[in-house]
Design a protein around this ligand. Structure first.
Ligand SMILES: Nc1ncnc2c1ncn2[C@@H]1O[C@H](COP(=O)(O)OP(=O)(O)OP(=O)(O)O)[C@@H](O)[C@H]1O
Ligand SMILES: [Mg+2]
Length: 436
């Protein structure tokens, strides 16, 4: 059947219509039972041949590269994630944010931009979401309109559909592993200064307990990952995450992941369950990807009972707010602990708070490295050692500012010294360390 498509009249919509037609025919031809028996590569080769044959039958005047693109896109549509495949192939993309079928943004190296990629319509977007979530045994529909899932490469996915999402389904993908940022990258991006790295490295090596605090997408997990590189190879590490994202380089690591309830509401394993279990596994360091709830108290208790050198992140906007957040999470979990007892648990468990922030225009900065000093009456006392102060916005709309050293001598230097780590006193002298 000819459709009159020529190289000259070959508009995008003709191309898309042709693609859809070939896709439909392909689906009609596939023997689904046999597909399961074939190896991935053999299967793709065979299907490619079928698609090329279908293309020939269409009697279209596509040139070689158009035809290759068509075959690739039909394959992506059939086995992959349709229009998303193009974005997933690009390693410089760290986040994909889909707001309905026609409005897709990506983030590259901290900068958000809109892409030309589109889904055909709402139904098409739903299909792809279904394909993603069903692979991890979940589903998305009216009774279950919000889901977390993962792609095969480990990327984290959240999808939310109407009626909760008002303008069509929304999906957020945090890429994983494609190009993890290194310490050198973060130094180059001026996320922190070399002096700050020296303190963070010393604190990790001297087994201080550290909380990384920050808003959504501020770089908490990235920092946790980079700091973990300072852990020696001899420590037994247990990690606990909701969706495994950490990429630890050490040998002696046990990775645990929580599990949401299944469709019947059964089988849930919470972070609290895992923290409790992990304490029976003789961990030397515990890393909790993110503290969000009742596991907070278990974590603090673990930190207070000899599991020094533990690390976690939490969602807060300043070090003071981070303490408040830990308190709230403990209270909401229903633990009937007097305020003072709770605060002294927190202040004796946590040594350092590292605050991450995503500033206007995209740059991520460590805006505070703050030490938890102790208690004065009922109040937790903290002191900033390093700070970032934003001065304004440059001509590109990007925040600019300075990293300051407050001149306070960190109390934790005693612990660092005891561990044989000696930092030059000069790095803590009051001054501007670096400006953007
Ligand atoms: N210092 C940095 N400079 C530039 N980009 C960064 C930096 N840190 C992280 N990113 C990028 O920002 C995005 C968010 O990073 P990350 O996952 O570490 O944030 P998060 O605070 O853990 O987010 P969430 O709250 O969603 O868990 C990632 O795409 C990451 O590559
Ligand atoms: Mg994170």
């Amino acid at each position: 059947m000819s459709n009159g498509l020529t190289a000259n009249s070959n508009s995008q919509s003709d191309f898309d219509a042709l693609k859809q037609r070939i896709h439909q025919r392909l689906i009609g031809k596939l023997d689904l039972n046999r597909i399961g028996e074939l190896e991935g590569d053999v299967l793709k080769r065979e299907i490619r041949m079928v698609v090329e044959h279908l293309c020939d039958n269409e009697n279209t005047l596509l040139n070689r590269s158009e035809r290759d693109r068509l075959v690739d896109e039909v394959l992506d549509e059939t086995f992959g994630l349709g229009p998303l495949e193009l974005l997933l192939k690009d390693p410089s993309i760290s986040d994909i944010l889909i707001n309905g079928p026609k409005n897709i943004y990506v983030e590259r190296r901290g900068k958000m931009e809109r892409t030309a990629v589109e889904f055909r319509d709402n139904e098409h977007l739903h299909q792809i979401i279904d394909r993603i979530v069903s692979k991890v045994g979940r589903r998305v529909d009216e009774t279950c309109p919000m889901v977390d899932a993962r792609l095969e490469d480990g990327s984290r996915v959240n999808a939310i559909i109407p009626p909760l999402a008002l303008d069509g389904a929304a999906m957020s993908i945090r890429r994983f592993g494609s190009n993890p940022l290194t310490l050198e990258d973060l130094l180059e991006f001026k996320t922190f200064t070399p002096e700050m790295v020296m303190l963070m490295e010393g604190a990790m090596k001297a087994r201080l307990n550290i909380v990384i605090s920050g808003g959504t997408g501020s770089g908490k997990t990235t920092l946790l990952n980079t700091l973990s590189s300072f852990i020696g190879n001899q420590d037994r590490i247990v990690t606990i995450e909701d969706a495994a994202e950490l990429q630890l380089q050490q040998d002696h690591v046990v990775r645990l992941e929580t599990r949401p309830p299944n469709i019947e509401g059964k089988g849930q394993v919470t972070a609290t369950d895992l923290v409790k279990n992990c304490l029976r596994m003789r961990p030397e360091r515990i890393i909790i990807g993110e503290c969000r709830g009742p596991e907070t108290l278990d974590m603090l208790q673990a930190m207070n009972t000899g599991h020094d050198g533990s690390l976690t992140t939490t969602h807060a906007n300043s070090p003071r707010d981070c303490i408040g957040r830990l308190e709230t999470m403990i209270l909401m979990a229903g633990f009937d602990l007097p305020m003072k007892a709770m605060r002294s648990q927190i202040s004796s468990a946590i040594h350092l708070i590292i605050q991450a922030n995503r500033l206007q225009g995209g740059p991520r900065k460590i805006t505070h490295i703050t030490e938890v000093v102790g208690m004065e009456n009922d109040v937790i006392v903290m002191q900033d050692i390093f700070r970032y102060v934003q001065d304004g916005i440059d001509e590109n709309g990007k925040a600019v500012g300075r990293f300051l050293c407050t001149g306070v001598r960190p109390r934790c230097l005693d612990q660092l010294n005891a561990a044989g780590i000696r930092l030059p006193a000069s790095i803590f002298q009051e001054r501007i360390m670096m400006a953007d």
